[in-house]
Design a protein around this ligand. Structure first.
Ligand code: IVH
Length: 673
């Protein structure tokens, strides 16, 4: 194919960008992710920069994006609502800052704000009363959504304090993550369509003909920019306008900071890239603004955006990709979980090819179908999630996906009980379940048998060597040596690992047995309270429920499990194999942590947060929720928790990993490395 000329490519990009603007702003139904859109715009900007002759007035780079839905009356903004220049690199952000410093005399302060992910809104007050709320539209003309916006509790209908003749306040209408989740739950309950993200939910809630619908949605507002002002106080700085808006009754972000150097701008961006998931609402970057309003006037604007501000955008956490198929996996309890098989995509810093769809109702509420283009989200440490389909790209003739009626592994009927969300394969002999149960038993959080991963277990099950967890201890190792890939050394290692597992503490064994509802934490509690598997076998449901932290559901499930002859038989075979059935119970524990205060943060591999804290307390230590000078050590797992680690480093408190934590529990001594 002949290469396209820059002119042709620019034309093509202009059309694409205009089309995606239409989808995003007019229809609230974007077809591409923000990152993909930004990529197109960046390419167009670069092309126009290299070939200035290609710039035409109609190019989206010369206009403020956004448009109108046609549902509401049009309003012309008295001062245009401009967009912001965006960057995704620190270097570009710094280059912008250096341009500012060169241009303005005497240096400059910056106001750093969070970039809220919602909809820009202009609120006009006359004599202190809200007279008009308008969307941005194309920046020149927006839509009159006063009746809807007036239902948002955070938007004052009357201003507090002495009111200026006319004042325009600009800010963002958004939805908190909790409100978004609640709305989606509610939508799912009534069989409605769920929203793919809080921004779409906020937009959809605002673009309603009937304001009572908007009133029923939990929308929030945050003010970040003062527009027109007549008959009010004179301001020299942006931060003063924020203070004034706050005093007048507008919510203003408490996370805004006025800083005096570019280094601090950098620090703010880095801090918020890390903290973005700790605040309960979505942000997609940081907005940096020159604080001095006289300097702003000097700097002016291009036709599209002011020169005195820039948006630093975080790496995207949402991408669109193809949903190749929906399949069902069978877990160790027989639970049949639907999952998405995706065209692999890198999102939120990881490659995502599979994502759970949880259960039948979730698939129905999202109405995702094989062949759909779907929005995939992976934020921080959270597992990847399919948010929903991109409807305009749905292939013609597609039909809703339906849950299979037979187990994909053993073919027996799947069962979903009335009132339950999950579907189960109820054949205990199902090879799918057997493999999962044995794999779980051997996993790191349970008996930790190295070399006995899912693939090996599946092979041994297929070959008839393993049926249940007790078979591990009478494994025919002679046979194993005849399998491909199992040399004498690896078989010897496997034998050693199996032998070593016999001594694991009772709590690990309980975890390994796959008792429904009994997890790492509750296993620790039960093991500590009853001290021996025989006492658990003998305990009544009530006795177990009387253990602190063990609820009636867990107690009932454990009692049911140990009453089943099949499970009793497995336990007896484990006893004969020489497994440790003993505690340790709480009083027997060496009190090695007396006087120590150990804070746990992030996600550990082998301990839930609760179990780790219980283990500290069981040894006489304290485990508070925050770091102070008195803290002995901070145990840092993966993922969120950066703030506590930061505080520890600041105070000189040792930060230790999981291995050092386990040594600490054993010996009471702090070691590192
Ligand atoms: S200031 C002329 N501040 O980002 C500057 N915008 O593309 C006007 N946004 O449409 C915007 N948080 O919807 C500003 N703290 C913040 C913001 C913010 C989010 C949005 C706003 C605007 C878009 C810029």
């Amino acid at each position: 194919m002949a290469e396209r000329s820059p002119e042709e490519r620019a034309e093509e990009l202009r059309e694409l960008v205009a089309y995606h603007n239409h989808r995003y702003f007019d229809l609230d139904d974007p077809e591409v992710s923000d990152a993909e859109y930004d990529e197109l715009v960046r390419e167009l900007v670069a092309l126009e920069r290299a070939h200035p002759e290609l710039v035409v007035a109609a190019s989206p780079t010369q206009q403020v994006d956004g448009a109108r839905s046609g549902l509401f009356a049009e309003v012309r903004h008295r001062t245009p609502m401009m967009s912001l220049d965006k960057t995704t690199s620190y270097e570009e952000l710094q280059a912008w800052g250096r341009r500012m410093e060169r241009f303005v005399l005497g240096g400059s302060n910056y106001v750093c704000e969070l970039k809220l992910d919602g909809l820009a809104m202009s609120l006009l007050y006359e004599g202190g009363r809200l007279v008009r709320a308008a969307t941005r539209g194309d920046g020149e003309v927006g839509e009159d959504v006063t009746a809807n916006v007036a239902t948002i509790a955070a938007v004052p209908v009357r201003l507090g304090g002495p009111a200026p003749e006319v004042v325009e306040v600009r800010g963002e209408v958004y939805m908190t993550v909790d409100a978004f989740d609640a709305l989606n739950r509610q939508q799912a309950e009534v069989g409605g369509r769920t929203f793919v993200n809080p921004r779409n939910a906020a937009a959809g809630s605002l673009r309603q003909k009937d304001p009572t619908v908007t009133a029923g949605r939990e929308l929030s507002f945050s003010a970040y920019q003062l527009g027109e002002l007549t008959g009010g106080p004179a301001f020299r700085y942006h931060h003063e306008t924020l203070e004034w808006m706050s005093a007048a009754g507008f919510p203003v972000s408490p996370y805004t900071e006025t800083v005096t150097s570019l280094a601090e701008v950098d620090r703010y961006c880095a801090e918020w890239a890390d903290r973005r998931h700790t605040i309960g609402f979505e942000i997609d970057g940081v907005v940096v603004k020159v604080d001095d309003l006289a300097q702003r006037r000097e700097l002016g604007a291009t036709s599209k955006a002011p020169r005195w501000a820039i948006a630093y955008k975080f790496p995207p956490e949402e991408k669109n990709t193809l949903l190749r198929d929906i399949m069902v996996s069978i877990g160790r309890t027989g639970k049949a979980t639907p999952f998405a098989v995706l065209e692999p995509v890198v999102v939120g810093g990881a490659r995502v090819g599979l994502a759970t769809l949880h259960n039948e109702d979730q698939v129905r509420a999202k109405d995702v179908r094989p062949g759909d283009t779907v929005v995939v989200r992976r934020a921080g440490d959270v597992i990847p999630e399919v948010r929903g389909p991109v409807l305009p790209l749905r292939p013609a003739g597609s039909t809703p996906w339906s849950f299979p009626t037979a187990c994909p592994v053993c073919g027996s009927p799947l069962q979903r009980l009335a009132g339950e969300a999950d579907t189960y394969c109820i054949n205990v002999e199902c090879p799918g379940q057997q493999v999962q149960r044995v794999t779980h038993f051997a996993s790191r959080g349970a008996m930790d048998i190295e070399g006995l991963g899912e693939r090996t277990v599946a092979l041994f099950c297929r070959e008839g060597l393993l049926h249940d967890v007790a078979d591990i201890y009478s494994l025919d190792l002679e046979r194993v040596t005849t399998f491909e890939g199992f040399g004498p050394l690896s078989v010897a290692n496997l034998a050693t690992a199996i032998e070593a597992s016999k001594a694991r503490p009772l709590a690990r064994l309980l975890v390994g047995l796959s008792v429904r509802h009994l997890g790492a934490n509750t296993s620790q509690l039960l093991a500590a309270a009853l001290g021996h598997l025989d006492r658990i076998l003998a305990a009544s449901e009530e006795e177990m429920a009387s253990v602190e932290g063990i609820g009636p559901v867990i107690a009932a499930s454990a009692a049911r499990f140990f009453a089943l002859p099949r499970n009793r038989e497995v336990v007896e075979r484990l006893r004969r194999a020489g497994l440790n059935f003993a505690g340790p119970a709480r009083p027997d524990l060496p009190q090695v942590l007396v006087g120590m205060s150990v804070v746990v943060t992030g996600t550990l591999d082998r301990w839930s947060r609760e179990a780790a804290e219980a283990a500290i307390k069981a040894r006489g230590g304290k485990s508070p929720g925050s770091v102070s000078q008195k803290t002995t050590a901070v145990v840092a797992g993966a993922g969120p928790g950066g703030a506590k680690v930061g505080k520890a480093v600041q105070l000189g408190v040792p930060v230790i990993d999981e291995a050092a934590f386990e040594r600490l529990l054993e010996t009471g001594e702090l070691t590192t490395g």
